[in-house]
Design a protein around this ligand. Sequence first.
Ligand code: QUE
Length: 336
Amino acid sequence: MTTEDTVITSRDGRVGRILLNRPKALNALDLKMIRACAAILETWRDNPHVDAVVIEGAGERAFCAGGDIRALRDGQLSGDRASVDQFFAEEYALNLTIATYPKPYIALIDGICMGGGIGLSVHAPYRVATEHAGFGMPETAIGFFPDIGATYLLPRLPGELGVYLGLTGLRVTGADAVHAGLATHYTPRARLADLSAALARDGVAALAAYNETLPAFSLADHRSAIDYCFAAGTVAEIVSRLEAIGAEWAEAALKAMRTVSPSALHWTLLALRHGRDLTLKQALDAEFALTRTTMAHPDFAEGVRAMVVDKDRKPAWQPSRIEDVDPARIDALFAG
Ligand code: QUE
């Protein structure tokens, strides 16, 4: 084990520890890291000395910002679909392993937790968020869709909160994540190291003593309006309901929706509605199929270029307006 390892695993008292250790890349997951997590979980599955697993991210900026989308874009553009498939197959298998793991799995989330980071945490029974946590599923901004089982998770959040988060890609705080059901416990950063040590000593019983009173849900006053707007059957109808609301939160949602890929809004809404009736395994399988069709659309390569590669934040979406998306083209992505 060296400090260059991008995943550092160790045993500490009653727990097995996983540290995502790529802080300069916001602990974004590459295939090697996914394999390291999957392998250690198999090792610990039947190890009688490991009562629980604790996963954390190195550094104060991120738990995990997502997946290695730059490599996925390169694979897609060079026609190396096998490498792209391999990444998603192993990432989604890890998501399912975490959801069904026979021992308590506790994610300590201090900093941003998006996309692939949500997949490493929210499927688990215990997710502790600090006041510096930021949860989001921003994939529409890169012309993709909320994957890693999010098509199962988001439709199960209260009301239409999950559709709101999945379409806009807006991030919520740690406290709001607990209110929304994305996190289960709220512990300030200043006490997180103590909690982590207490978990090694006492197992999950330690969580309660560090669970602090939640600040109010910042979306509480907008919950019913969010539910009304995002229950609409089409992206166009959601936009028109938001326009009619005229509140600040609705303007922010509209601004976000007008920035992200118009096509991605359409396929994300369909994927989230489909996911409502699926098991997690079925949703992950459907997402895998959807990676093949959505990534072949030019918006994926363009979105990753604009947001991650060149960072000009000026993607040229095709089409560029929500009303110009052809519904037949979106429906075709779900066929077969
Ligand atoms: C939207 C996204 C992602 C994003 C930016 C967006 C995403 C993702 C990353 C990311 C962050 C840090 C890295 C990295 C990728 O950025 O999913 O390789 O080091 O993983 O606007 O969906």
